[in-house]
Design a protein around this ligand. Sequence first.
Ligand code: C2E
Length: 556
Amino acid sequence: MQDPLKSHTEALQAACLTATLESISDAVLMLGHDWEIRYMNGNAARLTKVVREEVLGRCLWDVFPEAVGGPYYRAYHKAVDTNEQVSFEEHYAPLDLWTEIRAYPSEEGLTIYFRDISDRKATEAEIHRMAFYDKLTGLPNRQLLLDRLEHALALGQRTGRPGATLFIDLDHFKSINDTRGHDKGDILLQQVADRLDAAVRSCDTVARFGGDEFVVLLEDLGTDAPAVARDIASKLLQAFHAPFNVDGVEHYSTPSIGVALFGRERLGIEEVLKRADLAMYQAKAAGRNNVSFFDPAMEARVSARAMLETDMRRALANQEFELHYQPLATIDGKLAGVEALLRWRHPQRGMVPPVEFIPVAEETNMILHLGCWVLMEACGLLSRWADDERTARLEMSVNVSPVQFHRPDFVEQVLDVLKQTGARPDRLRLELTESLLIKDVEGTIQKMQRLREVGVRFAVDDFGTGYSSLSYLHRLPLSQLKIDRSFIWDAQKEGHGAAIVRMIVGLGKTLGMSVLAEGVETPEQLAFVMDEGCHYYQGYLYSKPLPEDRLAVFFS
Ligand SMILES: Nc1nc2c(ncn2[C@@H]2O[C@@H]3COP(=O)(O)O[C@H]4[C@@H](O)[C@H](n5cnc6c(=O)[nH]c(N)nc65)O[C@@H]4COP(=O)(O)O[C@H]3[C@H]2O)c(=O)[nH]1
């Protein structure tokens, strides 16, 4: 006979246990040895979307047939077979439920505690997305690209299977941002991302590297990797053929693409990206809307340029730059003035010609510092000349780089130098290039006029080699056209030089400007430019550029 006290105690314990299990936040499921559901608390029924009374006593795998053979099935069997607790996180697809599970085997069967971690998983996924994907385009971001590139390089080095990195930069992207606003620029970037993504295989990575830069990572390109990479790059170019629809307006955009291949060679991610980036710049330099492959000569050129840049910074600090002055003559041989020409006296290389270092100075903005120094030196000399009647009427021509001229404070800078040195503004002539004049014509005219008002004059240098448009030339306050020396040299030969010289002289006369012939080296050339009606000339025939002390000798 059952002890009534004992059975009362057991009932009390069971009630207590049930109350506890019902009140805890975990879901609880108790299974018998045949996987029959012996107990299920309210949370478990709610999460698994079953009616408790309907499933009690039934086999777990009949109630959840989709789980048979899957991760839950394997884990519970393992717990029972080994008699050891298992814990794991798993997604149950039919209910779209992420669960955290702990299952404890016992003599009665298996007790399973689980809880819904879907929110935590969603937050984790969101954090992952934010860390590795670009918000605007949804593409992998720089971080994820670097990870994948690292794997791809390691794989390439181990297996020898080649891949490629394509660096893509949109041409003139800034213009849509500037003219139509950043939100329209963003729309374009999203559409570009979609087209790039659609143009490659799903196993390739299309990443947004930043701004308007994208990188495509191609792996396992097979035996003819360069040809395959070229084909894919062409496909990417083609993807831009059709116009984009940016908020109802057709917009044409083109990319410049640089390709760097990788394979067995030991290369770091930085190096591969640098190569692709260099090749991209080459594509831009070749006219944009282009594909260019990295080649080592390209790298050699760039590192030579970088060395030159470092060298120039040192030279600036060490005052290795100096000015030489080339006398300019009236057509009948009288001294009219000089042109200041920059020289670099390099301690090892000797005199470095300006054509070699001025482009680098312009690219690096060092020309701003150098140009200001040139102006100060030249105006200093001009001011010293004022005291000597042999030199007081001479003019000083100074070359001005477009980078310098287009600075907003250029006019103030010149006025400041004139003030500091006390040089006469009407003895200073600034030489501008044709390319400088065609950029921002209105702004250019304004700046020139402000300086013209104080007496400063302007000449167009190397006239005839650029793209001057006659339609605005007459609006510029210019006083001189300098005919490029190539036309003077050409005039003696069969070419069109003579006709061009004649045309420029005619143009100068019409516009009321004097005309100077550059690069006159022989008496024949002088006779020719004299016949054509040039007013001034400059060239080795009259004098080479001279340092200041030799210029003084030349004067006397
Ligand atoms: N073969 C030959 N050459 C002659 C003859 N007569 C003059 N030249 C050279 O022709 C160039 C004239 O200067 P540019 O056309 O303004 O061309 C200049 C100018 O564009 C630029 N440059 C020189 N100094 C400066 C400067 O201070 N600032 C800026 N921005 N550019 C400068 O560098 C260019 C080259 O300067 P340089 O090498 O000094 O070369 C000078 C001069 O030495 C001749 O009869 N035969």
